[in-house]
Design a protein around this ligand. Sequence first.
Ligand code: ADP
Length: 491
Amino acid sequence: MALAELAPETRNLIDGELVPASNGAEFENVNPATEEVLGTQADGTKEDVDRAIGAARRAFDETGWSQDHALRARCLRQLHEALERDVEQLRAIVVREAGAPVTLTPWMHVDKPIAMVPYWADLAERFDYEREMTEIDFMGTPMRRLLRREPVGVLGAITPWNVPLYLNLAKIGPALAAGCTVVLKPAPDTPWSGSYLGKLAAECTDLPPGVLNIVNASDHLVGEMLSTDPRVDAVSFTGSTATGRRVAACAAETVKNVFLELGGKSATVVLDDAEFEKVLPGQAMTCVHGGQGCAITTRLLLPRSRYEEGLAIVQAAFEGWSYGDPTNPANLQGPQISRRQQQRVLGYLEKGRAEGARVLVGGGAPDHLPKGFYVEPTLFADVDPKSTIAQEEIFGPVLCVTPYEDDDDAVRIANDSIYGLSGAVASSDDERALSVARRIRTGTLALNGGQWFDVDTPFGGYRQSGLGRENGEMGFEELLETKVMALPVRS
Ligand code: ADP
């Protein structure tokens, strides 16, 4: 597929203006599929983030933005129109800088996230920000009470590189709709998916200066200011559990509202009555986008009674899986985002072998793709549920298969994790699948190939997979404070 020629925005958006870094510094944006330098991005400094936070604070405290629902809806609709106009530019950016398979871009990476924006515009207008509660009696005097929802204030949003356009929009959309002002710090691996939004916001919308700031920076500690600065009211972070813990710890000092969408180690439980030929070939989808998705199911639990039969089907699916150049529409798996991530995944493959798991397919870096940060689709069998590769998030194209004895055993293994983000259950009996799913402690579950993702689906995790929910009215309400006003009823 021919992608549009790149015409990225390389400046940051601060206080309504597209600007270079305060010290003029830039960093390189590398295509993970080719290792070629695509270009550069303004390398935001602490002074830049300081100015962005100041601008967001002013826009929140000193303008009518937070109360003007109609203006917010209009700006979001203008942003949506601009995104639609430039969809091919955004596709070219996401495929090149994130190594996202072009075939996946209509779904998670580009078209779907753009189509989600009007939901936030509509919600800004239709949400019930203030309502009467029932009267109560206070020692003989009737009391009227009003329940009011108000934006939480300045939001610091920190996003990762795996689905960059989607995640940037998933932070910006509800925050602007709710009346917050925002400083977004995208991941340094995928800067243009953020900076292009800054260009569209500055050039195509009526967003008042300071309402939306987008500061790219190569130094993670520049972004850390969003979780420490007292002028920031809330932090919304998507990324690894390790960094999430740090963000939450830093935010605790000033008791910020914290939203965290972190890692996962989700299990697919295939029950013994499942139609294996229907269910198991799809397990190769663990490798989609190099396995770089927190909600991907990366553990497969098969009934011991049908273990070898199941393994053979999954193995065939892995052997037939097509991966490589993300611009080739046949490939659903491109490279890992960086050399560092590739090496990290390869380290887990070594560890898996050392801990006694059996490699059925893959197990290393592919010889036929010497350029780019590729990892072979890898299928491990006989994985001990306590072993490292069954417990830690690998974020690579790796599926770990473990046999179980009965339904109780399967539920126990599925729940034996610090994570609880997603999961799947397969059975030829929907009610049996549902009853197992009800016992799995996780935020989303796909039953018999079900699909849950949409803009109105609350998404998030149990346990160390995170705090709070993104998307839907629940996600919107994460960005609202709650106020109750009481007054005696006049007789
Ligand atoms: P990775 O290790 O793959 O980069 P992270 O979860 O660390 O994944 O990164 C996700 C996002 O968090 C990125 O935007 C990154 O710059 C940012 N980040 C990393 N460390 C910190 C930190 N200490 N404080 C705030 N943001 C951070």
